[in-house]
Design a protein around this ligand. Structure first.
Ligand code: HEC
Length: 99
């Protein structure tokens, strides 16, 4: 939960920092991705860059790119299959945590 709260701060900073439409759309996608991660992935995965013993492991340690993250997202045991857009959003969120 702490990791998710920290990301909220990052997204808020991104939103406040630049006013461009593109940036806003990107931020909205990250927020959507974060929400999906919290409800569909966080039961089995963390995104901290350190191993915490989550069933599926920490996703930053995999160093997968967004495309592969999105493919995995669609085959995971989520409550409902993710749409392509939802998978892309959650992949963007995970990738955004890489730096
Ligand atoms: C019910 C548990 C569960 C849920 C929910 C779940 N996963 Fe997984 N996931 C796993 C397990 C178990 C593995 C296999 C881990 C391994 O091989 O070390 C895995 C593997 C992965 C991998 C590949 C990791 C690697 O080491 O190559 C990715 C990426 C991934 N999951 C992303 C997601 C995303 C994104 C979501 C949410 C949309 C999600 N998972 C939801 C259990 C889950």
């Amino acid at each position: 939960m702490r990791a998710v709260a920290a990301t909220g701060t990052v997204v808020a900073v991104l939103l406040a920092g630049c006013g461009g439409t593109k940036v806003t759309q990107r931020s909205e996608r990250l927020v959507r991705g974060q929400t999906i991660f919290a409800s569909e992935c966080s039961g089995c995965h963390t995104v901290s860059g350190r191993e915490h013993g989550a069933v599926g492991g920490d996703l930053l340690l995999t160093h997968l790119d967004r495309k592969d993250l999105a493919s995995f997202a669609r085959v995971m045991p989520t409550t409902r299959p993710l749409s392509a857009a939802a998978a892309a959003a959650v992949a963007s969120y995970i990738a955004s945590r890489e730096r």
